[in-house]
Design a protein around this ligand. Structure first.
Ligand SMILES: [Zn+2]
Length: 377
């Protein structure tokens, strides 16, 4: 598997000296430039056929990386906060309309409505999700990763061609290395997609295994669905050495779904030998008390993904929380100069991914942060 899993804001680092104030005219220019780059990259990364059924279509479905009914539970006037509400990077949006949140286009309308019907039905969360629902979620997560990897590749090419950033970037890598990383990502996620597609087609309940499931009787203020590769476990044993290229990495899938009056939180993975490496991690996790399990899930979501969405009326102290902002902004990979000794890299990686950091951030899955329901029906 690839060594990178870039959060989109990493791309900002590739552009020289972004302005700091959001109302600065330069910042507006910068935002425009970034959005133009994104649009261009999106055009170039467009697929000609539905990735699932291989049908050629002129119009593709806007697939949601997280079901709309989940986002609706935490939306106010149709809007949610992105993680940039915490990080406050002037060049990125801090809120998003739920219709456009986490949208990507890889499959046709027919496939989208056939494939995800079970998992996108809120009534199916009265009890634990079935193995088939887990496979559908895994497929969606893989598609999103693939779509993002394609976009990152095209954006890297565009940025490299259009902007004089070589001095800034060659401190860490050269152009071909960066492209190689992005290309490996695209290739690996395509392979992953084929594997998950087969699992979905089988309609078997035994391809994925639910490690943890909790139904909470309140509505949590965050919505999340993604797959992650935790770097280390609770005892600082490395699980996924992300420096290694070209070995397929099994991922852990995490869902935080606020519903109308309750929430479900669950973690699952593939049901085969590839998830063996998570056995210790899961064992350590299952020994935690219920609140600490939720704290771990909250931490992992913010630490490893940018696709976590937040209720806009959340307490201001959360938005201003420096630790949460720092964790949300941390990159998956650490940048090192070529001369950095191996031992120093390992120590830094362990420090940057330490699970003990879960105790430094607000545990947004506890009842004290629950959304107070005002609408009665
Ligand atoms: Zn299709």
């Amino acid at each position: 598997m690839a060594i990178s899993d870039p959060k989109m804001q990493d791309l900002r680092d590739m552009l020289a000296s972004p302005p700091v104030e959001s109302n600065d005219p330069k910042s507006i220019d910068f935002r425009k430039m970034l959005s133009n780059l994104k649009r261009e990259a999106r055009e170039k990364s467009k697929v000609a056929q539905c990735l699932y059924c291989n049908g050629g279509y002129t119009s593709f479905c806007n697939s949601h990386s997280i079901p709309e009914f989940v986002l609706r539970s935490i939306a106010s006037s149709g809007m949610v906060f992105t993680t940039n509400a915490l990080m406050k990077i002037p060049s990125l949006e801090k809120e998003s309309g739920i219709k456009n949140t986490g949208v990507f286009r890889l499959i046709c309308n027919q496939c989208d409505s056939d494939l995800f019907a079970d998992y996108e039905d809120p009534f199916n969360y009265e009890k634990e999700p079935t193995g088939q629902m887990l496979a559908q979620i895994a497929l969606k997560n893989t598609m999103k990763k693939l779509s993002k990897a394609q976009l990152v590749l095209e954006m890297q090419k565009a940025i490299w061609q259009q902007h004089n950033i070589s001095n800034h970037i060659t401190r860490y890598a050269n152009e071909s290395t960066l492209h190689e990383i992005a290309e490996v990502d695209v290739r690996e996620y395509k392979k992953d997609f084929d594997i998950v597609k087969r699992a979905v087609k089988k309609r078997s309940d035994s391809e994925y295994r639910l490690f943890y499931f909790e139904k909470l009787d309140y509505v949590v203020p965050v919505a999340f669905q993604d797959s992650i590769r935790p770097y280390c476990d609770f005892e600082s044993n490395v699980i996924n050495n992300i420096i290694k290229i070209n070995t397929r990495v099994s991922e852990l899938h995490i869902c935080i779904f606020p519903l109308k009056r309750s929430s479900v939180v669950f973690v699952f993975g593939e049901n085969d030998k590839r998830t063996k490496k998570y056995r210790k991690f899961i064992k350590q996790f299952m020994k935690l008390n219920p609140d600490d399990k939720l704290a771990t899930i909250c931490y992992l979501s913010f630490r490893y993904s940018e696709d976590i969405y937040i209720h806009k009326n959340i307490d201001q102290s959360v938005i201003e929380d420096e630790s949460l902002s720092r964790i949300a902004g941390m990159e998956d990979t650490c940048k090192f100069l070529p001369s950095t000794p191996r031992s120093k890299i390992n120590a830094k990686m362990l420090e940057g991914h330490a699970l003990s950091q879960r105790k430094e951030i607000p545990n947004l899955l506890l009842p004290k942060y629950a959304i107070v329901q005002t609408i009665q029906d």
